[in-house]
Each structure stands twice: as structure tokens, then as C-alpha cells.
Write a protein that binds this ligand. Sequence first.
Ligand SMILES: C[S@@+](CC[C@H](N)C(=O)[O-])C[C@H]1O[C@@H](n2cnc3c(N)ncnc32)[C@H](O)[C@@H]1O
Length: 260
Amino acid sequence: MTSSTGSDRAPSLQAALRSYWNADAATYDQAVTHIPRSAAVNAAWAAALLRLLPPPPATVLDVGAGTGFLSVHLAQLGYQVTALDSAPAMLEQLTAKASRAGLAIKTVCADAADPPDGPFHAVVQRHLIWTLPDPGRALNTWHQAAPDGRLVLFESVWGSAADPAERFRSYGRRLVRRLHRDAHEHHAEYDPQWHAGLPLGTGTTPEALTSLLAASTWGPGRLHRLRDIEWTTLTTLPPSERIFGVAPRFALTAGGPARH
Ligand SMILES: C[S@@+](CC[C@H](N)C(=O)[O-])C[C@H]1O[C@@H](n2cnc3c(N)ncnc32)[C@H](O)[C@@H]1O
């Protein structure tokens, strides 16, 4: 592994994004959409991880780990976790959380397209791929880090790439949260200029991600709707937000011993 923390293709964009996420680390966990506070939602996440990954104590690389949502879940389930992120402030939050929970999680401060050598049994990510300047290249480097392993991408449908009905529901959810004065999801909006350098920057859909994965060295993926997570999340919402439903959640898997 090299010590590079920026893509050589777009260093200034990478630096701007790193600075954005460093600033976001202090408040990221306040948004309930990022870190669920419900035991039922967390149980649904634990079930999805055990269903989609090779069994513990497999080694797992969590790319774009942030404050450690997936990493902490995985370590609690008995996985050997390496958490990678390019924002040191995010990794500080993750390390503090792991230490409070008595969990050992290795951290690597690096760019997502420059993972440690591995080999890992699995590579996972949640909500990272949309903000990568070259997501296809990143997928290929993750494959090199887990040549015989499993890839699991956890995503939801969001942004202008979603269908009009889902865009309307998303607008309604945001409006209700604003009326309830819920914590903002982020400390600031992305600079609109950044989107030009991010192929998935306007949102993720199953269609876009399955095509991207099929074109990578992983080859065609398997798509899973995460209904248990949606259902449990829905039951935690106030009635005014519940009428707009929750964003569809899905996982895309590839490689590895295929149990699903
Ligand atoms: C939306 S957050 C998701 C965090 C976490 N996976 C979660 O589910 O809560 C995106 C994370 O990706 C990280 N990130 C963004 N671009 C990255 C890159 N090029 N290389 C590594 N990490 C990156 C950010 O620092 C941030 O922690």
C-alpha cells in the first residue's frame, strides 16, 4: 500500500472532499439517518451483514468507514475489521467509539482507490461510492484487495437519479424533518461544482450501480432489497414522516463463496 491520500486524477477535488468530511465528522452521528438509535433497526442491520458476508471471524475491509457504522456492527459480530477512510477526523470518531465499546478495529487513513494489500475475505462500503471521482477504478482496486472475497455495497435510492415518485417522497421527508427541527444530515451542502467530477454525485440507483459493477473486474452482481431495514426504520418515524415512507435500501454483492 502506498501512503497516498489523494487521487492523482483530481487532487484538488480530493482535497476539497477530504476537508468537507473532516468538518462533517463532529456532527455526522447526530443524524438518525446515519446512525439509527433503534434496537430493532440495528438488529435488522446485523442480520443483513450476517446474511450477505462470509461468516465471522472473516477479515473485512470497510471502505469509507466514516464514524464506523458498519465497522462497529461488524466487530460486534466477531469480524476482524479494517476501517479505511481519507478523513482523519472521521477515523478519530470511529476509534473513540470502538474503544468505548471495547472493540479492536484497525484503521487506515488512505484514499478508497488505494486499499491495503489484504487479502481480505470481504470488502464492504455504505454510502461512499457516490462521492468517488472514479468509482469503477475503486471497485477494481477493492477486487485486488479481496481477489477471492465478497464485495457488499450497501446503498439507498436517493438524489435526482431516483424516479419522480421517490424524489417527491424524499422532498416530503426532508420538509417534515425541517419542521421537526431534526439535526441536519450534514454540516453543509456539497459545492455544486464538485458534482461535475463525481459520476454518481447526483444520486445512486440499483440500475446505475449494477451496470458499474458489471463493467468492473468483479463482473455481474446480485441485488438484494433490504426490506427488514426499511420496515424497522419506518416504525421509528413520527406519523408525519411515515406517510412519505423510507428511501428504498438495497445491497449489491459480487464475488466470494455465493451463499446468496
Ligand atoms: C457518507 S459518509 C459514509 C460513512 C459510513 N460508511 C457510514 O455508512 O456511515 C462517506 C465517507 O466516505 C469517506 N470518503 C469520501 N471520499 C473518500 C475517498 N476518496 N477515500 C476514502 N474515504 C472517502 C468520507 O470521509 C466519509 O467518512
